[in-house]
Design a protein around this ligand. Structure first.
Ligand code: DQQ
Length: 540
């Protein structure tokens, strides 16, 4: 109906229309995955009447839209039903805590629960008559107190949760204990604080197993467990995490590596990815990460489209036992069910300076896995340099070095007048030390002038003997890229004007001046999952 409707996703979650932001209270209940989300029923921009949208799925991929779950109908949330999290009690009861923006724009925490726990769809929600259950404590600004986490058990059998805030320019996480989710005790000190990181939004805190392949329930603790602390930095709009050790007695957490502390070290994603939240999926014993992917076009375009934002494909989160220093993020396995016909390319040689088309038909809905080998001779021959590379400032995909860049051109038209390169770059430092970077270059991604054209990326750990690998999910205007099994990830919003539907193509490229590259790929067309079903159409 709309000239820009090609930008809508085919397998990323989005409402039928209007503005969406943070994922809220994800949970699994009586056979259904529930997703709530920040939603503006009145238009395609954020507003002061944000409510909780609601959808359910049996596989995290095919969604049914349900009626809005909570609206701005009380003095304590009349300016917004903001972000919150679910806790599932041992007896199966669901407790929902969320931030309300009051009639005076004070940020308070409120309690809600399902009106009918026997309804697997959890259509009706009740707000606790004693709301708010928490107001900003002394010393905290009334606008710096939001986004309660899922609660976990303390050794004394209480429930504990954290709430993001700041003190001057220090990002902090306040810690509360509770027994009934109505009365709370503020602990002395904070779970963690990092100077200079500003307001922490949407904090998250959860255990990961050092060795196991399974995710852990939020309350799990013990030998072989590390704890991840995550914050969304309001100042730079990125999601940062750090891995560390939690002491349940003192209620404190310390990072393994202070140089990679929360907000100054690792990011979940080096592209567009914010306000994320994990939940423990008891159905498949995994920890799953949700995240808001905003638009990077203009507000005027969003209003014209009538919608803004998608959610990332849910990602399974695991600790990376091989590096011991990062998480692994990977699209939930259910996305593989959307794979249609596969095209295989084996041992394709890409000489220096070459660009090779890959004949796959339409390139607008794809799942790509690719493996790259750099010829050994050039790796040895190339001189060591003191080159300090970073994706953003070294000319992007056209900035040529001895050992890169090389990779794929996504959403490219046949003349390459539009293209989004997703690529590796290897820098050979002193002692023959190799550092590998994973980048996405949007500078030529669109002829449109009102869209973001940045270059994103970061270093990716590559261990001795490993091939360079990437996986890329292409879904019209959304591209999610994962390198080395999910050690470094980049999410892009891309708005081509020509490289759409059947005119979207994929190429291999090698802009290295020395290295010859050998690539092997599997490329699947992806089925459409968005059925845009309404509540009225639901037959269960
Ligand atoms: N979005 C919500 C807040 C949160 C912010 C309001 C993060 O609760 O801090 O829509 O995007």
């Amino acid at each position: 109906s709309n000239v820009l409707s090609w930008q809508r996703s085919s397998f990323h979650f989005q409402p039928n229309q209007n503005w969406m932001n943070d994922p809220n209270g994800p949970l699994f209940y009586k056979g259904w995955y529930h997703l709530f989300y920040q939603y503006n029923p009145d238009g395609a921009i954020w507003g002061n009447k944000i409510v909780w949208g609601h959808a359910v799925s049996s596989d995290l991929i095919h969604w049914k839209h349900l009626p809005v779950a909570m609206v701005t109908d009380h003095w304590y949330d009349v300016n917004g039903v903001w972000t919150g999290s679910a806790t599932i009690l041992p007896d199966g009861q669901i407790v929902m805590l969320y931030t309300g923006s009051t009639n005076e724009s004070v940020q308070v925490q409120n309690l809600a629960y399902p009106a009918d726990p026997s309804d697997p769809l959890l259509i009706e929600w009740v707000k606790y008559p004693g709301n708010p259950v928490l107001v900003p404590p002394p010393g905290i600004d009334f606008k710096d107190f939001r986004d309660p986490t899922t609660a976990w058990r303390t050794p004394e059998g209480k429930w504990r949760l954290i709430i993001g805030s700041k003190l001057n320019k220090t990002g902090i996480s306040l810690v509360y204990d509770t027994v009934d989710f109505k009365n709370f005790t503020l602990l002395d000190g904070v779970l963690h604080a990092v100077h200079g990181t500003g307001m922490w939004e949407c904090v998250d805190f959860y255990p990961v197993s050092k060795f196991g392949e399974n995710g852990l329930d939020t309350s799990f603790d013990g030998v072989g467990v590390k704890h991840v602390m995550k914050a969304s930095l309001d100042d730079d709009r990125n999601d940062y995490y750090a891995i560390g050790t939690y002491d349940p007695v003192s209620g404190k957490w310390v990072p393994d590596n202070p140089e990679l502390d929360v907000g100054i070290g690792l990011r979940y994603d080096y592209g567009i990815y914010y306000a994320s939240k994990t939940f423990y999926d008891s159905n498949k014993k995994r920890r799953v990460l949700w995240s808001w992917i905003k638009e990077t076009d203009s507000e005027i375009s969003d209003v014209r489209k009538g919608w803004a934002s998608v959610q990332g494909i849910p990602r399974t989160i695991l600790f990376d036992p091989k590096t011991g220093s990062n998480l692994l993020q990977w699209p939930v396995e259910e996305v593989n069910k959307l794979r249609l016909n596969k095209t295989v390319f084996e041992n394709v040689e890409i000489n220096t300076g070459a660009v090779l088309p890959l004949e796959i038909g339409s390139g607008s809905q794809l799942d790509i896995t690719a493996e790259f080998e750099v010829d050994k001779e050039s790796l040895e021959r190339v001189q060591e340099t003191n080159e300090v590379y970073d994706c953003k400032n070294n000319g992007g995909s056209s900035g040529r070095g001895a050992l890169g860049p090389f990779g794929l051109l996504i959403l490219a038209d046949k003349d390459l007048s539009e293209q989004t390169p997703v690529y590796f770059y290897i820098a050979k430092g002193s002692g023959g030390n190799l550092r590998t970077f994973f980048c996405a270059d949007h500078s030529r991604s669109s002829k449109a002038v009102d869209v973001d054209k940045e270059i994103y990326g970061s270093v990716v750990p590559v261990l001795r003997g490993e091939k360079l690998t990437m996986r890329i999910l292409v879904d019209h205007s959304i591209v999610e890229s994962f390198s080395q099994g999910g050690r470094t990830c980049i999410t892009s919003r891309v708005y081509p004007t020509k490289a759409i539907y059947n005119n979207a193509k994929v190429f291999l490229f090698n802009n290295a001046t020395e290295a010859r590259i050998i690539a092997s790929l599997n490329i699947w067309q992806m089925n459409t999952a968005q059925r845009q079903t309404h509540f009225a159409d639901l037959v269960i």
